[in-house]
Design a protein around this ligand. Structure first.
Ligand SMILES: [Zn+2]
Ligand SMILES: [Zn+2]
Ligand SMILES: [Zn+2]
Length: 147
């Protein structure tokens, strides 16, 4: 499916009107392999959307279940596209995130489910985020080719 069509469908399904910023930011996510930071989006959108517009658009997408947030070690937030199961107010992104130390990309490992963790009595888990640091597939492949 063409990216344009995908954007229109996604916005329509979530009852969002198509605006320049929404379309452009969704396009970035659809074309990107890994997660994006606010700053990347501002830079890559090229259209000169201001911070507030980018911020509001991202908030709307998170609320609608189009993208989800990923915490990082330096406390900045990354955003990545959700799978179809996510709906407004209900995210089902229980997958592991992988941060590549070589290319600095953060990737959603959609098929790798976060492990169940047993907590001591009295603790209630509300949100479990598993982030693994290492070398991604692309980087490990190019490394073996070099050898
Ligand atoms: Zn989600
Ligand atoms: Zn990598
Ligand atoms: Zn993810």
């Amino acid at each position: 499916m063409a990216v344009n069509q995908q954007i229109q469908q996604l916005l329509k399904r979530n009852q969002l009107s198509i605006t320049d910023s929404r379309a452009k930011i969704l396009e970035l996510f659809l074309q990107q392999q890994g997660a994006l930071a606010h700053a990347d989006i501002e830079k890559k959108s090229g259209a000169g959307f201001d911070r507030v517009t980018v911020y509001r658009t991202l908030q709307t997408f998170v609320e609608k279940g189009i993208i989800h947030t990923i915490p990082t070690a330096d406390n900045s937030i990354l955003y990545a596209l959700c799978k179809d199961e996510c709906t407004e107010g209900h995210h089902h992104d229980h997958h592991v995130h992988f941060v590549c130390r070589n290319c600095n990309t953060t990737i959603c490992l959609d098929d790798t489910v976060s492990p169940e963790i047993t907590l001591p009595a009295g603790y209630i888990a509300q949100d479990v985020q598993v982030v693994i640091n290492g070398i991604c597939k692309d980087c490990s492949i190019s490394k073996t080719q070099l050898q």
